[in-house]
Ligand binder design. Structure first.
Ligand code: KG4
Length: 341
């Protein structure tokens, strides 16, 4: 069978990335142009600056991806940009580039939901992985448990009611003086501390999450005692948010009977979270976690998700628009049951 080559394009936040992926699983190139050093001095991503930098980078990044993969434009089978969720101006850069390219070289355009992309990062890391499985999706913009029924069929079983977990990591880092992006810095410092502070965890009857209580408790402790040991505070924060993730994933396993779990999203790079999830394997649960370099935003995961959309016939028209609050379908019915119950 002929190989299928996908050009993935990602520009939803502060990474301009392009990638060529073969048959949805094999990376031929994955160029990531990060803007982190540019946004660092502002303590977070400035949307307008992000858009401008994407415009400057996009053409070069796509050309580099083709060159490194040794692939010509005419050899590509589909062009798969992220069209949401994300910053609208940033999304529009990658999407507009992809639409223009699709028109110019007459290749199909296949829009990809960024969250679907994060989920697909596991297909690249594990060639044997197949749906169904549950995905614990933890990133800067999202925290949700997704029931991945098939490659293009998803149901969100629970999600955060306030902060995304990555937002909480970034806020805690800022408060204790670690800077942006906070997650990796909290991860590093927490290794030197002990989780000696009991922080208030919020648990719901269903599979929803809340992290604002834990975050506020950290801020208050730090405010009341500026000399507090920051490493202990970071370790306590990490333990509290991880406990919440593990409690909910165990509930989801019980409700669905699905015992294969994947992690995805930037926060799944966290070493404590990875270590605690791996402990679940002792309970007969299979854990998959993406390669560290595929946890944060990159176009290879978008190309992988795009490949599965493409072979399922999900081709888009050239009027595809950016959808900043794009969501995966929810599995919860109004009466609180799930669709399979
Ligand atoms: O998935 P991602 O690159 O962007 C979104 O799609 O949101 O995730 C970025 C988030 C940031 O909040 C960052 O602080 C967090 O992932 N992050 C981490 C780690 N590495 C990145 N959080 C905790 N521990 C890490 N090692």
């Amino acid at each position: 069978m002929k190989d299928i080559l996908t050009l993935g394009i990602e520009s939803s936040c502060d990474e301009t990335s392009a990638s060529i992926v073969k048959n949805g699983r094999e990376i031929l190139s994955n160029i990531i142009d990060t803007q982190i050093p540019i946004h660092e001095k502002y303590g977070g991503v400035v949307p307008e600056i992000a858009s401008r930098n994407h415009i400057e980078a996009i053409s070069r990044v796509v050309k580099e991806a083709l060159k490194e993969a040794n692939v010509r434009f005419d050899e590509i089978d589909s062009i798969t940009p992220t069209y949401g969720p994300g910053l609208v101006g940033a999304l529009l850069v990658g999407l507009s580039y992809a639409k223009a390219l699709s028109y110019a070289i007459n290749k199909p355009l296949v829009g990809v939901n960024h969250i679907q992309g994060h989920i697909a990062s596991n297909y690249i890391t594990y060639s044997e992985l197949k749906p169904p499985f549950l995905c614990m999706m933890t990133s800067g913009g999202n925290t949700q448990i997704v029931y991945v029924k098939d490659y293009t069929q998803f149901e969100v079983l629970g999600k955060t009611r306030d902060d995304a977990i990555g937002e909480a990591f970034d806020k805690v880092a800022r408060v204790v003086g670690l800077g942006y992006p906070g997650g990796p810095k909290v991860d590093k410092l927490a290794k030197e501390g002990k989780p000696i502070y009991e922080l208030p965890q919020t648990h719901f009857d269903n599979l929803d999450f809340s992290f604002s209580g834990i975050k506020t408790a950290v801020i208050n402790l730090n405010h009341k005692n500026p000399d507090i040991n920051k490493a202990d505070l970071c370790a306590s924060f990490e333990k509290a948010v991880t406990d919440v993730l593990i409690t909910n994933i165990k509930k989801a396993i019980k409700q669905t009977g699905v015992k294969t779990i994947t992690l995805a999203g930037g926060v799944s790079a966290n070493s404590y979270i990875r270590q605690e999830f791996l402990k679940l394997e002792k309970e007969g649960i299979k854990i998959y976690m993406p390669d560290l370099k595929l946890c944060t935003d990159n176009a290879a995961m978008i190309a992988s998700a795009g490949y599965y959309n493409f072979i399922a016939g999900k081709i888009d028209e050239l009027d595809l628009n950016a959808v900043p609050n794009l969501k995966l379908p929810e599995g919860r019915l109004p009466e609180g049951r799930f669709s399979w119950q």
